[in-house]
Design a protein around this ligand. Structure first.
Ligand code: DLZ
Length: 160
């Protein structure tokens, strides 16, 4: 893709809609934990930099990326302003990768169509562990940061 050699994670908090007073749900998959934890830390840091109180970041852990949809549904039912789902699916020897990616993607699409609060997709779908490392605080930035910025932009859009 066009982003292959680009770090898209740099942002200026002054140019992002304020997160002051917002409650943000973050659902984190435990599979490939070293990756998803770094994505979470990136998202948390960016949300706080944009004015979200740490105590208003409501984290839920789920076993794998396939469970992110159900976790997001529960977070929406609790009445958050936006949800970020964080996962890392890495290609293995079987077709499991395809089914997990398809299931979580379609599930998040459906939640977005039925909810008035946005659900932001922060699921890495990589061929190798190195690609995931590069995108979770490595040479291509941290997609958790980008998801946090996206969440605040989508909340502002929903309120405009
Ligand atoms: C089973 C499985 C496999 C093989 N790989 C991953 C992965 O790379 N990333 C991930 O988040 N989850 C994986 N899972 C677990 C599934 O997402 C799910 O938790 C199980 O199929 C149980 O529903």
């Amino acid at each position: 893709m066009a982003t292959a050699h680009t770090n898209l994670s740099a942002f200026d908090p002054n140019e992002v809609p304020s997160g002051k007073g917002l409650k943000i749900g973050v659902v984190v998959a435990e599979w490939n934990k070293q990756i998803t934890e770094n994505l979470y830390l990136g998202a948390e840091e960016a949300l706080v930099a944009c004015g979200v109180e740490k105590s208003d970041i409501v984290r839920t852990d789920v076993p794998g990326s396939f469970e992110l949809v159900f976790g997001a549904k529960l977070a929406l039912e609790k009445g958050v302003d936006a949800v970020i789902v964080i996962g890392s699916v890495i290609q293995g020897e079987t077709k499991h990768f395809d089914f997990v990616c398809q299931g979580v993607t379609q599930g998040i699409v459906e939640l977005n169509l039925s909810s008035s609060s946005p659900v932001i997709f922060c699921v890495l779908t990589d061929n190798t562990l190195q690609q995931a490392i590069d995108r979770s605080g490595g040479q291509h930035g941290n997609k958790g940061v980008e998801a946090a910025v996206t969440a605040l932009k989508m909340v502002a859009l929903a309120r405009s």
